[in-house]
Design a protein around this ligand. Structure first.
Ligand SMILES: Cc1ncc(COP(=O)(O)O)c(C=O)c1O
Length: 467
């Protein structure tokens, strides 16, 4: 076989293919052998090269044909730049926490728990049952399966103090994950160009949802016990905002938890300004040393719009969450959901409901708490021992993350790259700031895979900080 001849035939046939109509038949191998004075093996090799390049396809017994879809030159999408005009400024909507990573790294950057922390047996059995049930072939109501609406409402009703009317099942709208709920809430309750108060730092996904809805975020500084009430009141007064997005329990990224008194004061400020508090209770099932008490249980006036997700405690693959809202806000959010997605897969809803109503679910949550505690403590101890320059500002009483302040002047992006080269993935704190970062931070997830490598990861971080 002669490589030069094969390349020569490829070049000649490329020219033929470029001028031929899709589906046209190429000359037979015998004709090509004669035309190019080459061996059949060389001709076959040239045809295989063209097939690998997607230019031709061979049909056994029929011959070789010009492919119907041809990529003969790189596609030019430049016209779209003119059609789309300026970018809406979403930045990078896919956070570094959502990257796919190889198995052999220590993945402290992720936002979800490792597989061994999930109720795998319950989830598999629930999916098998859902596949056999009617829901596998029917359309769910727009607001969700009534039994699941009932479960979410009961969860809040159990914690509602006397004198406050708990939400009704009809106030619940089931969502395919709370991320899409944030988008719907920001679109339908705030609206493009309008201000939304947010804690700073706060969940990057809320910031991207706000950006994609065209909502203008206004940061309010938030500490271990939440934002100062005066700061919040001033921000409402100055901006005319009518909504405040917040995580009162085990905030992502800081782990902050509002005190009971602060919660009631913040609710009072929202009432005074005729505003909503969008309460993101993402870590409701992830309490370690404390039980979350949703702010929503103190409100029956429709001021708190409450989001609860099961994606981190049941399974990231069963994307089921809910928003609880009352009055016209409930209708606006529901209409937005219907416009976007119509309804959530009944199979996923039925499976999620099945899991959380099994007696073994409570057992699972108890075990999860023990595992989260031991992983959190292991990572904290490892950092203190091997990377004392990395300061854990608050040992969180729930959630999945440590928020770590680095020495002033640290180039966080460089540090992240350096640790990655040594097999340790961290999330740069920058993604959680609605405006300029107030310091160099990284967020470390203690619920990811391979806790046995936490000490090694802390060594890598400490070395990178000192270098
Ligand atoms: C604070 C917070 N809210 C909402 C979400 C979105 O969760 P999901 O869409 O999986 O329900 C996340 C995910 O990381 C989160 O951390």
């Amino acid at each position: 076989m002669n490589d030069d001849s094969s390349a020569r035939i490829v070049a000649a046939l490329r020219a033929v293919v470029a001028d031929a109509a899709p589906g046209a038949r190429l000359p037979s191998t015998r004709a090509l052998v004669a035309e190019h004075q080459a061996s059949p093996v060389t001709v076959q090799k040239a045809l295989r090269t063209l097939a690998a390049q997607g230019l031709v396809e061979s049909r056994p017994g029929a011959g070789t044909f010009v492919r119907a879809v041809r990529v003969v030159r790189p596609a030019d999408h430049g016209w779209q730049t003119a059609a789309l005009r300026a970018s809406p400024g979403l930045g990078s909507p896919v956070s570094s926490t959502m990257r796919d990573v190889p198995n052999d790294v220590v993945a402290l950057q992720s936002g979800y728990p490792a597989r061994e922390l999930l109720p795998e047996r319950l989830v598999r059995a629930a999916l098998a049952r859902a596949a056999r049930a009617d829901v596998a072939l029917s359309r769910s109501p727009v607001a969700g399966l009534p039994e699941l609406q009932g479960w979410f409402a009961t969860e809040l009703a159990r914690a509602t103090p006397s004198g406050v009317t708990p939400p009704a099942p009809a106030d619940v709208t089931v969502l395919p994950g709370s991320q899409s709920g944030l988008s719907s809430i920001f679109r339908s309750l705030v609206g493009a160009g309008r201000p939304l108060l947010v804690e700073s730092p706060t969940y990057w996904g809320a910031l991207t949802a706000a950006a994609s809805a065209g909502v203008r975020v206004v940061p309010v500084p938030s500490g271990p016990e939440g934002p100062a009430v005066d700061d919040l009141a001033r921000a409402f007064a100055e901006t005319g905002a009518r909504a405040f997005y917040a995580q009162p329990s085990f905030a992502n990224p800081t782990g902050a938890r509002w005190t009971a008194t602060r919660s009631l004061e913040i609710l009072a400020v929202a009432r005074e300004h005729g505003a909503f508090v969008v309460e993101d209770d993402w870590a409701h099932d992830l309490g370690i040393d404390a039980e979350p008490t949703p702010l929503a249980v103190h409100d029956d006036g429709g001021h708190v719009v409450y989001l609860r997700s099961l994606t981190k405690s049941v399974s990231p693959s069963l994307r089921v969450a809910a928003v609880v809202a009352r009055g016209p806000a409930r209708e606006r959010i529901r209409n937005d959901r219907a416009a976007e997605a119509m309804y959530v897969s009944g199979v996923l809803q039925a499976a999620a409901l099945d899991v959380v109503t099994q007696p073994a679910w409570r057992t699972h949550l108890r075990q999860l708490r023990v595992q989260l505690r031991s992983r959190r403590d292991l990572l904290v101890t490892s950092l203190r021992e091997h990377a004392p320059e990395a300061h854990v500002e608050l040992v969180p009483t729930g959630g999945l993350n440590l928020w770590v302040r680095l020495p002033d002047g640290t180039d966080v992006d460089r540090l992240v790259r350096r640790c990655e080269a040594d097999g340790v993935l961290l999330a740069s704190g920058r993604e959680w700031f609605p405006a300029e970062p107030t310091g160099p931070y990284v967020r470390l997830n203690f619920a990811g895979p391979r806790p046995e490598a936490f000490a090694e990861a802390a060594v890598v971080l400490g070395r990178a900080l000192r270098s």
